[in-house]
Design a protein around this ligand. Sequence first.
Ligand SMILES: CC(C)(COP(=O)(O)OP(=O)(O)OC[C@H]1O[C@@H](n2cnc3c(N)ncnc32)[C@H](O)[C@@H]1OP(=O)(O)O)[C@@H](O)C(=O)NCCC(=O)NCCS
Length: 231
Amino acid sequence: MRTTSMTSNSNFYTTEGITLKVCPPSLYRSIIPELAVLLKSCVDSNVTMNFIQPFSLEDASEFWLSAEDNVMQGKQFVVIAQEAKEKPEPKAQAGGLLHDPSDQQEGTDDHVIEPPVILGCVILYLSQLPNAKHRGEVGKLIVGKEHRKRGIGKMLLSCLEDEAREHGRTILQYRKSANHVEFKVLDTQTGSGAELFYEHIGYTKVGVIPDVTMAPDGTQYTSCTFFYKKL
Ligand SMILES: CC(C)(COP(=O)(O)OP(=O)(O)OC[C@H]1O[C@@H](n2cnc3c(N)ncnc32)[C@H](O)[C@@H]1OP(=O)(O)O)[C@@H](O)C(=O)NCCC(=O)NCCS
């Protein structure tokens, strides 16, 4: 059975070689290219993510770049799942330590450290509204296609929930934005795998709004199912 443990610096290490962590603001810009690839692949597979085709890698990067100010100000956090790399083992040091991505620059000619690959991500927004300072909002939960059904989505949300609690948030809902208008509800495409996923991991289903968004390929309206979770 999969197990996770959390360290004092809020990293989750799993027994399956995956590390989960809240991306430190100082590293945020460096992970944007990988986040952009994840987002584009989702939109390309017609998953409702607020975007419509044509949607380029530059468009995806622009989305993540536009979040940078909020990340730097601690208004939102990006939780990432990475393939944990073992630190190259200096002769005198025994045992494989999980590699912290913030150690990336430590590599020497003898010990070249590959940057870990990002397998999935999710955004935690801290509501800034005066009457909702207890609310966290979830957005852009994405696990790379080839890494799904390994528990990564569940672990990303678990890490996000811990972070939300640390910031005094007691309820989570999904956050969707289009043209800078925010809809403060957790919704997912009705009938999609994501809907089943949220039910599986204990989110409460509120209901369905029919034809509320346009599919990324622009061919049809899609219905959304709404969820929340009390922390
Ligand atoms: C939804 C998504 C994040 C799930 O990630 P994942 O890593 O595959 O999910 P997990 O492996 O953690 O699954 C957790 C549980 O949900 C279930 N589950 C996951 N995907 C499912 C699916 N498509 N259908 C039915 N159940 C599913 C798993 O079986 C597992 O159940 P268990 O705890 O009983 O074993 C992933 O499919 C994805 O990125 N989809 C595209 C983007 C998207 O739709 N995001 C959500 C936007 S609202």
